[in-house]
Structures are given as C-alpha cells and as structure tokens.
Design a protein around this ligand. Structure first.
Ligand code: BTN
Length: 275
C-alpha cells in the first residue's frame, strides 16, 4: 500500500532542484488513466520540440500494457507507472533500441541506488532483483513504442512500470515477480525513486545525443543477468532452450542450443528453466 505522504503526483516535488539537463521539460500527472502510453501519444502533437521530453505519470492504469501484447496491472499507488515521450530527430531509426537500453540501465541504477540491491536486467529489459538463495525475480519492465515519418523516427514513447510495494501474485506473471519493498525488506519512497530515475535517464540521454552509444551499450550488456546462463526463450513459434552466449551490437541475443547451433534472437521472452 502507498505510504502516508508518498505523493508522486506532485509536479513541483518531482522537479524541485532536480538539476537535469533536458529531461523532462513537461510533466503531466494523473490519479488514473487508461495507459500512460496513450496519454503521452495524445499529448505529443500539442507539444513543441522545446517542450519535450514529456513525462506522463499516473498512480493507476485501467488498461496498462506490457511487451508482447500482455497487460500490465498494478494496484493504485503501488507502482511507478510512467511514459516518456520524445521526438528524437537526432536518432537514426535503426538505433532506436538504444533508448530501450537507456531506460533499462537508468532503471537498474536508480533502483540499486534507492534500495541498495544488486539490480540486473533480464534480456532485453526487465528489471530483476535478488530475492534470496540466488533467485532473481522481475520487479519492473520497459515498453517502447515508436512512430515513423517515412523512414525517419517521428516519435518514441518509453513506458516504464515498477512494482514498488506490490507485485502480481504467482501464476499471474510468467516469470517470478517481486516488488522493490519486498526485495529490499523495507519501504521504498516512490518520489525519490522517480527523481533518481529521471536523473539517470537524463545523464544517458545527454550521452546518447553526444554520440556515446557504445558506452551505453557496454553498460547495458554489463547488467544483463541472462548472459552466461542456460535459459528458455519463448518465441512466436515456441520455446527454445540454450546457453545465452552473447548479445550482438544490435542488441539481439545469441543463444547456443543443445546441438551447438547458434540462434540470433531479436524478440522473445526469457523464462526460467525448470529444475
Ligand atoms: C513489460 O515488462 O512487459 C513492459 C511493461 C511496461 C509497463 C508500463 S506501465 C507505464 C506504461 N504504460 C503502459 O501501459 N505500459 C507501460
């Protein structure tokens, strides 16, 4: 449950002395929306380039969505639910995934900073937290939606959902789920977490604009819990089991199967192996 005084829907409190370079330039907060992705999409055309990035935050979503067509559900006030909208004219469309790496790395580092936990990423971008005995569970996810103008990127919306004080019950989530509070064993301040996340996002955003994509890629790869393990990956035509050997420079996962064949996977859902 939300803590007394844990008001994240306070634009002034979010921005107070934040000291970020560009992110966010516009903030909109809501108690309840369908999906922050849709709100951001509706607001984008009204905003000039110098009013972006836009941050849309909500305490509750009635139709939150996740990757691969799934829904994303969280009790009101128990999560950080946000979308960040940009018109990244500086970014070639084939490099759009770097924004997903930016979100994953920033999320990992903000959560580690606020909880003291060794946060990592499940490929490509789910936040994992240690829950004891070497077991890691998912506590947050990242969703990227983009629109094109011919071949150019017209807009990008990065959605981030973090289970702060509640997580889906076993059976509802495909991967073991946890919350920051459960993994840390203490309350976690959602406003402080949001502010830390914005600072980390801003720092990587500035580096990306400056052309430092390799540094971001290296930081993302270094946080990938999935690498160097036997994993299952759910693909559209069924599961594949193998050794997660590497990621290539496009971010695709390189998996070696039982007969030694290499598979390059661009989209999929990494799961746990049954014992
Ligand atoms: C995933 O792990 O599948 C990604 C989940 C992304 C959920 C967030 S919550 C805020 C934003 N609004 C949505 O409808 N989805 C994203």
């Amino acid at each position: 449950m939300p803590r007394m005084g844990d008001n994240v829907r306070d634009r002034a409190a979010i921005l107070a002395d934040l000291r970020t370079a560009t992110l966010p330039r516009t903030v909109r907060c809501y108690s309840q929306v369908g999906s922050t992705m849709d709100v951001a999409r509706q607001l984008l055309p009204e905003l000039r380039d110098d009013e972006l990035p836009l941050l849309v935050y909500a305490d509750e979503q009635t139709s939150g969505r996740g990757r691969l067509g799934r829904s994303w559900v969280a009790p009101s006030g128990s999560a950080l639910l946000l979308s960040l909208a940009l018109r990244p004219g500086w970014l070639p469309p084939e490099r759009a995934l770097s924004l997903v790496w930016m979100a994953g790395v920033a999320l990992c580092d903000a959560v580690a900073e606020q909880t003291g936990l060794a946060a990592m990423l499940k490929w490509p971008n789910d936040l994992l937290l240690p829950t004891g005995d070497g077991v890691y569970a998912k506590a947050a996810g990242v969703l990227l939606e983009a629109g094109f103008n011919g071949a150019a990127l017209a807009w990008v919306i990065i959605g981030i959902g973090v289970n702060v004080s509640d997580s889906p019950p076993p059976g509802l989530a495909r991967y073991p789920a946890t919350s920051l509070c459960a993994a840390a064993g203490r309350p976690v301040d959602r406003l402080a977490l949001l502010r830390a996340l914005l600072r980390h996002l801003d720092a990587w955003h500035a580096l990306l604009i400056a052309g430092e994509e390799q540094a971001l890629f290296d930081a993302w790869r270094a946080r990938l819990h999935s690498l160097g393990r036997s994993i299952t990956v759910q693909l559209s035509h069924g599961p594949i089991i193998g050794w997660a050997e590497a990621v290539d420079r496009s971010g695709a996962l390189i998996l070696r199967d039982a007969v030694g064949a290499l598979h390059t996977i661009s989209t999929g859902d990494v799961g746990v192996l049954s014992p």
